[in-house]
Design a protein around this ligand. Structure first.
Ligand code: ZN
Length: 127
C-alpha cells in the first residue's frame, strides 16, 4: 500500500494544482484550449492584421517563423500539463505514488521533486 502521509499527499496535490495553473497561464499566452479534446492545446496562428501593402509578405514570414518556434514549446508544456492532470487523477483515485513498472511505492524524495512522476527512480535508471 501507499506509504505517503495524508499531509504530504495534500501538499503534493497543492503543488500540482499550482503548477497546473502556471502551465495553463503560460499556454494561454499563445495557444487556445481545445474544447473538444481534453488536455489538448492549439497554438494560435499569429494574426496578420488588416494592413496591406509591401511589408505584408515579409511580416507573414516572420510570423510563420514565430509560429514554428512556438510549436515545440506548446508541445512540451502540453505534455507536462497532461502528466500533471494524470497525477491529480491518480490522487483522486487513491492510486498515487505507485510505480507503473514495478508496482512499488515511488520514493517520497522523488515525488517531492517530481510530483507527476509515474515510475520510481530505480525503474527510471537503466540497469
Ligand atoms: Zn519501479
Amino acid at each position: 500500500m501507499i506509504k505517503i502521509g495524508k499531509k504530504f499527499l495534500f501538499q503534493l496535490r497543492e503543488n500540482l494544482k499550482k503548477e497546473k495553473g502556471e502551465l495553463e497561464e503560460e499556454l494561454k499566452r499563445f495557444a487556445k484550449k481545445d474544447e473538444k479534446l481534453e488536455g489538448n492545446w492549439e497554438t494560435r496562428f499569429p494574426y496578420f492584421g488588416e494592413e496591406s501593402g509591401g511589408g505584408i509578405l515579409e511580416k507573414a514570414a516572420d510570423e510563420v517563423e514565430k509560429y514554428s518556434a512556438l510549436l515545440p514549446i506548446e508541445y512540451s508544456l502540453e505534455l507536462k500539463l497532461r502528466e500533471i492532470n494524470l497525477a491529480l487523477k491518480r490522487i483522486k483515485k487513491g492510486k498515487y505514488g505507485i510505480c507503473e513498472k514495478c508496482r512499488k511505492p515511488i520514493e517520497a524524495e522523488r515525488l517531492r521533486a517530481f510530483p507527476e512522476a509515474k515510475i520510481c527512480s530505480k525503474c527510471l535508471k537503466p540497469r
